[in-house]
Design a binder for this molecule. Sequence first.
Ligand code: BTN
Length: 245
Amino acid sequence: QVEAHEKITYSTNQRVKQLADQGAPEGTLVVADVQEGGKGRRGRAWVAPVPGTNIAMSFLLRPEIDPSRASMMTLIAAMAVRAAIADVTGMDTKIKWPNDVIVNKKKVCGILTEMTMEEEYIQSVVVGIGINVHNESFPEELKEKATSLLIETGGGHFSRAEITAKVLEHFEEYYEKFIADGDLRRLQEEYNSCLTAIGGKVSILAPEKTWEGISRGINEEGALLVEKEDGSIEKITSGEVSVRG
Ligand code: BTN
């Protein structure tokens, strides 16, 4: 089931959730050329107001897994986007844990995974992906943080349909490996090979305090392993990790 909107005034994630409530099958996909009410992580907005510029896509999964594992879907999605960008543009990107796809230290893609529950079971996992494809510039407050495939390739134009199809193809490939064990053990090495700051210093901005350590990559559960000064390893599963240098 695929639904394509020229313009969605709310969010493609929200639309997939609606379809999920109505019994839509796994794999249901919603794409929008223009998305006016897009949602980012931490309650932020994610705008895609110019036709032909962004990819806004969301798809539905109904995995029979423990709800605590749903966040692993986000890491898989980041790997799929990275592989799709490499296929279509030839460009090498990095992943900033857990799920930002980065070129030149700037973000080219954001991912928002949302889960709905039915009693203690997962009813749906909605994976929402936004990719900046043809943006020529960004508003002042985003200039340092955001980029697009066009900017990074020096003016390249790409088929958004092709990128979208590649994201889905790679997601399926990685998702099957995830489902085989119910964790990321088969994907961990590849994920870590494209992780920013691996082996380098990271600052962990936790609600109580900020601390620093050395990033040792993810484990099979998708947690970021950070080595403290005393050599002990802390598993980071939430909180914002900012990368120094
Ligand atoms: C982030 O904050 O980095 C996540 C941004 C996620 C944006 C995408 S665009 C398609 C989908 N629909 C939404 O409303 N959000 C996600």
